[in-house]
Design a protein around this ligand. Structure first.
Ligand code: ARG
Ligand code: ZN
Length: 875
């Protein structure tokens, strides 16, 4: 079934109140739902009430307390249609269903994870619990009573505030929760189990004392402390930066180990993948810490952007996700280094969203149609959605942006809103018209900017010619020009920005050029010497840029741009140029030639003590194999890409071995581990030096020493990476893997790092290793984290291993997808997107990949999730 945005219609009935009673049993849970139903004005009583279900078993049904005749209703596992309804416009429907949380391996609805009952209802999981109007524009006030065995589930949680609890016969007990805030069903949650917890509290600006609890597996409580700290910082930040306060007496977070996504913002009861809660120095890397901070913030921020104001329909998903990602990005930027954070965002966007936009799965930030909504929790909706919000701020400026946000909250609190509502709030707050800008929500694909420059010394003018283009994407062949905000600077030879006397042509406000037409020219006057232009500072728009800037200017920018993002972009551009030229030479049977200047530049940045260590680490990390492949765009040979990249690493390493060695020693850990951004940056820098040094020294002893001496997971995992990826067949690597397994073998979350490092070891041999690791006692295709660590990492982060020229890995991958699909379609569909760029491979691999996709497409029984992805991918 195809769902279309233009088909939206409000429901005939509303459910202002919902009361649920859960009688929890592992295999036979009884759910009694009492719905107060209201017929909307103008709707006839002959209009049936049609509720959604999914694999449900109806046990009992009454309307206003009385059972219905056989013709009064029709029930299937997927649908409950009630035709026999009272004349009066308010009535009560009572529905009893039976569900089995134990056999629910889709991890949608009510399921069990490690013996803990938990729920995931977004997007359409609530209908797996009871029949309901399971759509985001039906808001209801929930009261939930949970009954369970006291031994099995001493902790009983749901949304809102606790009302009462007590003991029942037969070793059972109960708890009642009430959430006063009307909410859509996708925000419902229930957790019941034997869990440990840590508690803290937060007092809001207006004096509400909020109890904070984080529930985890017994024994893991100390590992939740960082998440708690991040939560309190998030609560403070949202008050200070967006003026948003929390609105219940409790805020609960629960970590579970079987979870399809990162986490879920259920009102007052966030449920998390334990990967985004648990951390300590022993077991978590700095990246893990940063991920926890970001996801804790993200889910907390949803309380206003998602929960208080929710989405009218799932086409508006970016209304909450893009906006909330923007908010968590800003939070992390304020907690850490803004520039470093921004560069990391740009890298993520380019690595995940650009390929989506360039391939068969491309879709607008606000899609117009879908077959399976689960497949639209994408980098486009989330990350590009966030970039679109960022551009609104760039265009309006911080003050008007905040005014617009305030107006949006004021107008739509308690509502299910649309992107139009969101944009209108900014238009009304600023007096500016944003209709052309709104195309960012409608047109898929990454716009490309072509830029050329001209300096006229006689006239003292500097001219920038800009042209935008946007390729066709599925379902959209012709595109309109967009409003692209281009933040810029004109840099003088002293490295300082030149302030032009005036600008004509395209509109310029402050340091932003507004490109609105297909082609536009800006002429700056009063420019005494030829400047070096820095365009797209701060990565002000999610576009690609082809500029005719000479190499020397790029080198100048890499050293002198006052915007660190601009410096990094210039360096990345130079490095990509070398790498792409190298790929050509390798494919022509010649060794790459490498510009000594660029090697020198990398060394200069590495040794520049005025720069953040974290920034230097980013500069030392060369564009990845998939970045290079993306920039080449077609006819990709991953082996040649790897060879070119390795040649550049070797050249840099050999040139700078001495500098790098002394930096490596100087940056050694002093004192106890701290996950703060500065220490993390220092470790990131030192660990990138370790890789170069191991290449230059052609010897594993440095990595070996670091591995065994490490007092934290960041340094240990980095050393393990170098050992396995560079010295994989040597005893040092085997010993390190064995030592790691011995130490962390009963902690699956930590062992995911062990799976990942092996799954991503380059080369054709990876497939056999991955196959063997599937037999490891900790591995299970049932668990999404394990599956992503081994299969996901192999398919997305091992270009040469996964894209073996003989196609064997694609075949293995197809088999694996078909094995996962019947159990967990969402997981299978998500993994399968790893093949989305198959058309850009060289012909032999391309044909193997196509055949594997076709085999999946032809399988006897496919979920709607996988069917949707495979059909769109094949095109
Ligand atoms: N709303 C969640 C978040 O981004 C994601 C949940 C998505 N779940 C799903 N089954 N598609 O915070
Ligand atoms: Zn979200």
């Amino acid at each position: 079934q195809l769902f279309r945005l233009e088909d939206y219609r409000p429901t005939d009935y509303l459910i202002p109140q919902t009361s649920l009673v859960f009688d929890l049993h592992p295999e036979r849970t009884i759910v009694r739902a009492v719905l107060s139903v209201e017929r909307r004005e103008g709707v006839n009583a002959s209009q049936p009430l049609v509720l959604d279900g999914d694999e449900l078993k109806l046990v009992e049904l009454t309307v206003n307390g009385a059972p219905l005749g056989d013709n009064g209703y029709q029930a299937t596992p997927e649908r409950l249609e009630i035709a026999e309804l009272p004349e009066e416009d308010r009535f009560t429907v009572e529905i009893t269903t039976e569900i089995n949380p134990t056999t629910n391996r889709q991890l949608m609805g009510l399921y069990r994870s490690g013996g803990v009952y938990c729920t995931q209802c977004e997007a359409e999981g609530f209908r797996r619990i009871t029949y309901f109007l399971d759509r985001p524009d039906v808001l209801s006030v929930y009261t939930v009573r949970i009954e369970a065995s006291k031994a099995e589930a001493p902790v009983l949680l749901s949304n809102g505030n606790p009302v009462k609890s007590g003991t029942l016969d037969g070793g059972r007990h109960f708890a009642v929760w009430h959430d006063p805030h009307p909410k859509p069903s996708y925000l419902f949650a229930l957790v019941a189990g034997d869990l440990g917890f840590i508690s803290d509290s937060f007092t809001t600006r207006s004096g509400r004392k909020v109890d904070l609890n984080i529930y985890v597996e017994h024994g893991k409580e100390p590992r939740a402390l960082y998440a708690m700290d991040a939560l309190k910082r998030s609560m403070t930040w949202d008050e200070e930066v967006f003026g948003r306060e929390y609105d219940l007496d409790v805020f609960n977070v629960v970590a579970v180990s079987d979870f399809n996504m990162g986490a879920m913002e259920n009102k007052g009861l966030n449920v998390f993948n334990d990967k985004y809660v648990l951390a300590d120095a022993e077991t978590a890397t700095d990246t893990d810490y940063a991920g926890i901070e970001a996801v804790i913030a993200h889910e907390y921020f949803h309380n206003w952007t998602g929960n208080r104001i929710t989405c009218r329909d799932w086409f508006q998903l970016c209304l909450k996700e893009g906006l909330t990602v923007f908010r968590d990005h800003e939070f992390s930027a304020d907690q850490r280094s803004r520039a470093v954070k921004r560069i990391a965002e740009v890298k993520t966007l380019k690595a995940h969203q650009f390929p989506e936009d360039a391939g068969p799965l491309a879709h607008p930030v606000r899609p117009r149609q879908y077959r399976e909504i689960n497949n639209f929790y994408t980098a486009t909706v989330y990350e590009k959605g966030s970039e679109v919000v960022r551009m609104i701020r760039t265009i309006l400026g911080a003050d008007l942006f905040r005014k617009g946000m305030d107006l949006y909250f004021e107008r739509h609190d308690g509502e299910a809103a649309t992107i139009e509502d969101f944009i209108k709030a900014f238009e009304d707050a600023s007096g500016q018209e944003l209709s052309q800008f709104a195309l960012w929500y409608e047109q898929a694909g990454t716009p490309n900017l072509s830029v050329s420059y001209d300096y006229d010394p006689a006239e003292k003018t500097f001219t920038i010619e800009l042209e935008q283009s946007l390729k066709a994407t599925p379902g959209q062949s012709r595109k309109k020009p967009m409003h692209i905000p281009i933040q810029f600077g004109l840099i003088g030879s002293d490295g300082k920005d030149i302030i032009p006397a005036s600008a004509t042509g395209a509109e310029v406000t402050g340091d932003v050029i507004h490109l609105r037409k297909r082609r536009e020219t800006v002429r700056f006057t009063g420019i005494g010497t030829r400047p070096v232009p820095s365009l797209l500072r701060g990565f002000s728009a999610p576009v690609t840029m082809a500029s005719e800037l000479p190499q020397d200017d790029l080198k100048f920018l890499a050293l002198n741009d006052s915007d660190p993002v601009g410096r990094w972009q210039a360096l990345a551009k130079l490095l990509s140029g070398v790498l792409i030229a190298g790929v050509k030479r390798v494919r022509g049977g010649k060794p790459p030639v490498i510009d000594a200047d660029i090697i020198g530049l990398v060394g200069r940045i590495a040794a520049d003590e005025t720069l953040d260590a974290a920034f230097r680490a980013l500069c030392l990390t060369l564009p990845g194999e998939s970045d290079i492949a993306r920039e080449i765009g077609s006819n990709i040979d991953p082996d040649a890409v790897l060879a070119s990249r390795e040649a550049l690493i070797k050249a840099i390493a050999e040139t700078h071995v001495q500098t790098f060695a002394s930096l490596y020693d100087k940056l050694a850990n002093k004192g106890a581990f701290s996950p703060d951004a500065e220490s993390a940056g220092r470790r990131a820098f030192r660990n990138s030096l370790l890789d170069y040094l191991s290449v230059a020294e052609d010897n594993s002893s440095r990595a070996e020493a670091q591995f065994h001496a490490a007092d934290n997971m960041t340094d240990r995992a980095a050393a393990l990476g170098v050992l396995v990826h560079r010295f994989g067949d040597e005893t040092s690597a085997r010993d390190a893997l064995a030592a790691f397994e011995k130490r962390f073998g009963d902690d699956p979350l930590v062992m995911d790092k062990w799976f990942i490092v092996q799954a991503t070891r380059p080369g054709a041999g990876a497939l056999d290793r991955v196959r063997a690791l599937m037999g490891h006692r900790l591995f299970s295709l049932d668990n999404p984290n394990r599956t992503r660590a081994l299969i996901g990492a192999f398919a997305t982060a091992n270009q040469t291993g996964f894209n073996r020229a003989d196609g064997a890995a694609y075949n293995f991958f197809a088999d694996t997808i078909l094995k996962i699909d019947p159990e967990n379609p969402q997981l299978a569909a998500r993994l399968l997107t790893a093949l989305r760029s198959w058309r850009s491979l060289e012909p032999v691999r391309r044909e193997h990949a196509r055949a594997a996709l076709a085999r999946i497409a032809g399988a006897e029984k496919l979920s709607t999730d996988v069917k949707d992805i495979v059909e769109r991918t094949l095109g």
